[in-house]
Design a binder for this molecule. Structure first.
Ligand SMILES: Cc1cc2nc3c(=O)[nH]c(=O)nc-3n(C[C@H](O)[C@H](O)[C@H](O)COP(=O)(O)OP(=O)(O)OC[C@H]3O[C@@H](n4cnc5c(N)ncnc54)[C@H](O)[C@@H]3O)c2cc1C
Length: 388
């Protein structure tokens, strides 16, 4: 007989660990199955807007993150065309002021979630436990030697759980490569050291720079066109290669100086899931990148995974018995799909706008200046002001 309130989660990334905390808070027993033998430094920086930080704070993560997370109050939009500032958005104003806009290293956030999860008796974490053997039974799901009422696939863009339940739904290469790197804050001259998020828009490329790790490190992401060699492939990046995309004819000295300060570039081909995603089948549901990997230009991939976790726990928490699980997962999908699809589309659209060239870039900069920071910022309100 399957224990009624037992749930397995594949993946101890940001989505899987948040889901474990959210489900434990609703009284479920949760087993997190993670394929990695150790959870060590993976990824670089993450922006966590108020829609996500609000949820994390409710699960006690603010204290765990401590000074590792920087609260930023500004996003400065720069143009490579003239080398100047186009506009500066203030994140302190309006309804979203009740929750911070955090800048954090992914590893710090994962460590904070992990510490909190380990303090909860309802959560068991099994490392070196890849999920590949999944079978639906009469009253639950068998995952390896584990029998549970529900399985959540939070195992990222190359999800084994999704492959099992939706073998035809596969990530697609976006044609873009994210170059990710970091440097010591001291490695940047003071006048170009960012205190908040800085976004540089340029011809067929953009650059995002911000401080993290209590301000000691600077995170950089450069997005350029490129080719992916194989699914899931990522590799170190050579400085000469990135310089080709940020040449001095098109990019001002400040942006190039920031790029030159990084000595650990890695290249990440950007794969995305089709809009609409694949969310659930029977007692199996997907969450985070497994359901909706997106281009990172709205800085919302982890944010949406965190929201998914909270909504999923709410839907499952409303069930009175195990017979209601399938309907609860269907409700979760209905609640999440329209919002996430809108974010996926907005992210793609923003990438196109950032990469405009020639007269179109001039028109973009002019329109942004005319709109001004208030109106530009209001376009994000539907994302940041979200509450469960
Ligand atoms: C360049 C770039 C910048 C980004 N910036 C931001 C940002 O600023 N803000 C933001 O919100 N998002 C950002 N994102 C997106 C964000 O990183 C992802 O959306 C988010 O980390 C997805 O979390 P996840 O938990 O769904 O998946 P993942 O983080 O991929 O975690 C999946 C976990 O599952 C494990 N796993 C995989 N297969 C199995 C298996 N078979 N069995 C068990 N475990 C398995 C993996 O080891 C991993 O631990 C960015 C992404 C990129 C590429």
């Amino acid at each position: 007989m399957t224990p009624p309130r037992a749930i397995a989660i594949a993946g101890a990334g940001i989505g899987g660990l948040t889901a474990a905390l959210a489900l434990a808070a609703k009284g479920f027993r949760v087993t997190v199955l993670e394929k990695a033998e150790r959870l060590e430094e993976v990824g670089t920086g993450l922006q966590l807007s108020p829609n996500a930080s609000r949820i994390l704070i409710a699960y006690g993560i603010a204290e765990r993150l401590g000074s590792h997370a920087i609260t930023t109050r500004t996003v400065t939009i720069m143009t490579a065309r003239s080398g100047g500032e186009v506009t500066r958005l203030s994140l302190a104003a309006s309804a979203r002021a009740d929750a911070p806009y955090w800048l954090a290293h992914r590893a710090d956030l994962q460590a904070a979630l992990l510490t909190e999860a380990r303090s909860r008796p309802e959560i068991e974490l099994r490392l070196a436990s890849p999920v590949d053997d999944i079978e639906t039974t009469a009253d639950g799901v068998r995952v390896g030697d584990l029998e549970v009422g529900t399985l959540i696939g939070a195992d990222g863009a190359w999800s084994a759980v999704r492959n099992k339940v939706f073998p035809d739904v596969q990530p697609q290469f976006s044609g873009l490569i994210a170059w990710r790197g970091t440097c010591d804050a001291d490695a940047l001259p003071k006048h170009i050291r960012p205190s908040g998020v800085q976004l540089w828009m340029g011809p067929r490329a953009h650059l995002v720079v911000y401080p993290m790790s209590a301000g000691q490190r600077i995170n950089m992401v450069a997005i350029v066109p490129g080719e992916a060699l194989a699914p899931g492939w990522n590799a170190p990046g050579a400085r000469d290669d990135i310089n080709l995309h940020f040449d001095h004819a098109h990019w001002p000295a400040d942006a190039r100086a920031m790029i030159a300060a990084v000595d650990n570039w890695g290249r990440w081909p950007l794969y995305t899931m089709p809009d609409g995603g694949a969310w659930h089948r029977g007692r199996v549901a997907l969450l985070g990148d497994a359901a909706h990997a997106m281009v990172p230009f709205a800085a919302q991939g982890a944010g949406m995974a965190i929201e998914d976790a909270a909504v999923l726990a709410q839907c499952l928490g409303e069930t009175k018995n195990d017979g209601e699980v399938t309907a609860a997962l269907a409700r979760y999908a209905v609640l999440r799909e329209p919002r996430v699809t809108r974010v996926q589309r907005m992210a793609r659209q923003q990438g196109k706008i950032y990469h405009l060239q020639g007269p179109m870039a001039l028109a973009r900069d002019t329109v942004m200046r005319l709109l001004g920071p208030r109106r530009l910022q209001a376009r994000q309100d539907w994302i940041y002001n979200w509450r469960l």
